[in-house]
Design a protein around this ligand. Structure first.
Ligand code: FMN
Length: 141
């Protein structure tokens, strides 16, 4: 299996309540389990960042489905690359709500803090990777 990681960012079409996010995650986790896909979803003020890990064809197919989901727009691929091992092996889809307090502790994320946009991450794959990495060990729900 050729293991890959794909990261994208997008903007929610409406503010997502915790209940909304929970029910979306419940379904996503069930499907990801059957596809052996792991990853992490970050959410802040209508902004999503998601990492999908698994077999290349599976994450590409899922990304295609997710891209067409009416719950968000401006879906922008940040990077897609081969990986030797999974970074989020524990999570069929980890989730974190990113707030200003959490970001205060992280250097270099001032722009993301002020105004998260897909455009910001267009040429900043390493920042996106570092941000996802920060939340690897703490899952919100
Ligand atoms: C921000 C966001 C992240 C999503 N993440 C996943 C995911 O990790 N896995 C998943 O199966 N569906 C995810 N979905 C939902 C998919 O877009 C889609 O509704 C779901 O896969 C069911 O598709 P199907 O009915 O074609 O099987 C996500 C949707 C959004 C808006």
């Amino acid at each position: 299996m050729s293991l890959h990681c794909l990261v994208y960012v997008s903007l929610a079409n409406q503010e997502m309540s915790d209940d909304h996010l929970k029910s979306m995650l419940q379904k996503a986790r069930a499907k990801n389990e059957t596809l052996d896909i792991t990853g992490m979803l970050l959410y802040r003020d209508g902004f999503f960042m998601q990492a999908l890990e698994g077999a290349l064809k599976d994450i590409e197919a899922l990304f295609d489905t997710i891209s067409k989901d009416a719950r968000h727009r401006d879906v922008l691929l940040v990077y897609k690359k081969p990986i030797k091992e999974r970074g989020f092996e524990k999570w069929t889809m980890g989730f974190n709500k990113v707030d200003s307090k959490t970001l205060e502790c992280l250097d270099g994320f001032c722009d993301f803090m002020a105004r998260p946009t897909p455009e910001f991450f267009k040429y900043r794959a390493s920042e996106a990777e570092a941000l996802l990495d920060e939340f690897k060990h703490q899952i919100f729900f």
